[in-house]
Design a protein around this ligand. Structure first.
Ligand SMILES: NC(=O)c1ccc[n+]([C@@H]2O[C@H](COP(=O)([O-])OP(=O)(O)OC[C@H]3O[C@@H](n4cnc5c(N)ncnc54)[C@H](OP(=O)(O)O)[C@@H]3O)[C@@H](O)[C@H]2O)c1
Length: 202
């Protein structure tokens, strides 16, 4: 498949690019700093651009079968990507989100509620942006999946990834970037979580 990745130069994003290429996909990496992607591969192309560059975003998604977005708390960028996908007729969108975005199926205990309050207090802009981005994704008519994570680490991949909802005794707070990348990549072809917002952890 042809996958466009936003956030490709990040710590998780670089792993995602590598995993996608290793799996035989053709990758377009969107980057404001292409030099941060120290990879050369016949199936990798890079589109350089900022997150407000509509032309470059459209160029990056135009030929994609699926788009994965992991740039973080930038709701305007999410909206621009959704618009570009609409223009290009690309339907599958997998977006990295966080535990600050609620889902009706969550059953949050007091500890978890305190964590989200802490995030809101410590990083109010990020808290608001990630929720606004999730609203835009949910309001779109794309084939979207919001993948919610709480805390990332750089441990090796385990392949043991829990997916579900917070507060139901299955999903915890932490996941490795390698396992997260694997889950995101899986979503490109797996429609189990279509128009859903699974939380994931190790
Ligand atoms: N760290 C955590 O515990 C945690 C928790 C919940 C969710 N997340 C989310 O998980 C994803 C991966 O996390 P990570 O820690 O591996 O990410 P990271 O290393 O911080 O990388 C973030 C990526 O987004 C790009 N980006 C961020 N702001 C941008 C902007 N204003 N304009 C253009 N590009 C921008 C970065 O580009 P440059 O390389 O050019 O800077 C980079 O490619 C992110 O979406 C993050 O928000 C992380």
């Amino acid at each position: 498949m042809r996958i466009t990745i936003f956030g490709a130069t990040g710590r998780m994003g670089r792993l995602l690019v590598r995993q996608a290429l290793d799996a035989g996909h053709t990758v377009t990496a969107y980057a404001r700093t292409p030099d941060k992607l120290p990879l050369a591969h016949a199936n990798l192309s890079v589109v350089a651009g900022q997150l407000d560059d509509d032309e470059a975003i459209l160029e990056a998604v135009r030929a994609a079968d699926a788009v994965v977005e992991g740039v973080g708390s930038e709701s305007a960028a999410t909206r621009r990507i959704i618009a570009a996908m609409g223009t290009a007729g690309v339907r599958r969108l997998v977006v990295v989100s966080t535990c600050s975005v609620p889902d009706p199926a969550d059953r949050l205990d007091l500890k978890f509620q305190a964590l989200v309050r802490l995030v809101r207090t410590a990083a109010p802009r990020a808290w608001a942006e990630v929720r606004s981005a999730a609203e835009a994704v949910r309001a779109s008519d794309l084939d979207w999946t919001l993948v919610r994570v709480a805390k990332l680490n750089d441990r090796p991949a385990t392949g043991d990834i829990k997916a579900g909802h917070y507060g139901q005794g299955v999903v915890g707070l932490s996941i490795s970037r390698a396992d997260m990348a694997a889950f995101l990549l899986g979503q490109v072809t797996d429609r189990t979580h279509l128009r859903q917002a699974p939380a994931i952890s190790n």
